[in-house]
Design a protein around this ligand. Structure first.
Ligand SMILES: C[S@@+](CC[C@H](N)C(=O)[O-])C[C@H]1O[C@@H](n2cnc3c(N)ncnc32)[C@H](O)[C@@H]1O
Length: 400
């Protein structure tokens, strides 16, 4: 399927979109008060999160919808998971220009948090906001202001919508500071990445819906393209700690580490250079990524496959590799590899785990050959540990 197909993307609900389309129509017909007329109805779609900022619900892929942000606090999440760990404040002290790629801009919270964070820095800030849904960025104009910087984002969005003939009246009474440039790109992020030419960014905010729902923006191929746009000291920030996402970073030739936790859930930070990673992944997580089928990443060779094709491709790879070229991820087996089975108090779990490894020809979880495989240099980076473990696993299973 071509990525231009609207129905292939997970975005806000169709009813929300229809209301925005009504606003576009009315303004085109000369109704200056169209936005005021629809304001209450559109506000009805907003969900207030715990810090007072807002989010929206997605449409559906499968049974459930997701929210665009953490319900624990949309604005807090923008600061904690994207802006603060990006190290752009430190960079702004030494650079004249800071360039950021904001993938999946939604209602612009990550960008407004960025502008807020750097507001006292003497630096030019250039942001490329990439969002596939015109209606979502237009909904931003209805979101109650949470800070002055969000009004700058609204101004940029309104100007874009007017320049492109969707809206016709200047209603956002603000001007963007002269050191800030916000470029809006309404397109599939995969198309942006394929066609944007020679770009260079100091940080990439990667904020799609969850990998299980939106795998197309977490593939090895997508990350390989993004890597080309990173300055040597740039970081990619994402809120997800999912194993296939982390292994995709490794396959895309990036170093990686733990992102900050926000309400128990962690994130991931990736970069071209190892020294920029402050917190390595735990060995337990590394074992899962390197040794089990859950560490098999999403693949999208031409950056245009439908999300179902991408999911099925990985499911098939998992099925053929499980118990053959990788340990099964069932019952969190990889976390227990190398442990003395007698330390596992739950006898039924112990028996299951021992059964999985025996099926693969080992005497137990702490079989000497498994212990040898796990014996890698503890000083390596998380990336190199994953690569080393994979190589050891390959050798072990081939010798078995
Ligand atoms: C989790 S929300 C992002 C929230 C946003 N970063 C913010 O600060 O408000 C995910 C967004 O990704 C957008 N999206 C989904 N598929 C996309 C694609 N293929 N390319 C670009 N944007 C996409 C959705 O429309 C949605 O607005």
């Amino acid at each position: 399927m071509n990525s231009e197909d609207e129905s292939s993307r997970l975005e806000i609900s169709d009813v929300n979109k229809q209301l925005i389309q009504e606003v576009f129509k009315l303004e085109a017909d000369g109704h200056k008060d169209a936005r005021e007329l629809f304001k209450e109805e559109i506000l009805g779609f907003l969900i207030q999160t715990d810090d007072g900022s807002y989010t929206l619900s997605s449409g559906k892929r499968g049974e459930e919808s997701e929210t665009l942000h953490s319900t624990f606090g949309a604005r807090t999440e923008a600061f904690q998971k994207f802006v603060i760990p990006s190290k752009l404040f430190e960079k702004a002290q030494n650079n004249d220009v800071i360039k950021v790629l904001d993938i999946c801009s939604g209602i612009g919270y990550n960008v407004s948090a960025l502008l807020d964070y750097l507001k006292d820095c003497d630096v030019q800030i250039e942001v490329d906001m990439v969002e596939s849904s015109l209606e979502t960025i237009a909904t931003t104009l209805f979101v109650p202001d949470i800070c002055e910087s969000h009004i700058y984002v609204k101004k940029a969005i309104e100007s874009y919508l007017i320049e492109n003939g969707y809206l016709h009246y200047n209603k956002v009474l603000s001007s963007i500071p002269s050191n800030v440039t916000i470029n809006i790109h309404v397109c599939d992020a995969r198309d942006f990445i394929k066609n944007c030419g020679n770009k260079e960014y100091d940080a990439v905010f990667l904020d799609p819906f969850s990998p299980a729902k939106c795998p197309e923006l977490y593939t090895v191929d997508f990350f390989t393209h993004i890597r080309e746009f990173l300055t040597p000291t740039a970081l990619i920030l994402t809120y997800t700690a999912s194993s296939p996402v982390r292994s995709a970073f490794v396959e895309a030739n990036l170093y990686l580490g733990e992102g900050p936790k926000f309400h128990r859930s962690g994130g991931t930070i990736a970069s071209r250079l190892p020294d920029l990673i402050d917190t390595p992944l735990s060995f337990s997580d590394i074992k899962v990524i390197a040794l089990s089928d859950v560490g098999i990443p999403y693949i999208d060779p031409n950056l245009n496959d439908n999300y179902q094709t991408i999911i099925e491709r990985r499911q098939n790879q998992r099925k053929t590799s499980r118990g053959v070229s990788t340990f099964p991820s069932s019952n969190k087996l990889p976390r227990y590899l190398g442990l003395n089975p007698n330390d596992i108090e739950d006898i039924s779990l112990r028996n299951k785990l021992e059964g999985y490894v025996r099926d693969m020809g080992f005497v137990g979880l702490n079989d000497e050959r498994i212990m040898d495989m796990l014996n890698i240099n503890p000083d390596l980076t998380s990336r190199d540990k994953i690569i080393n473990l994979k190589e050891n696993l390959h050798k072990l299973l081939n010798d078995n």
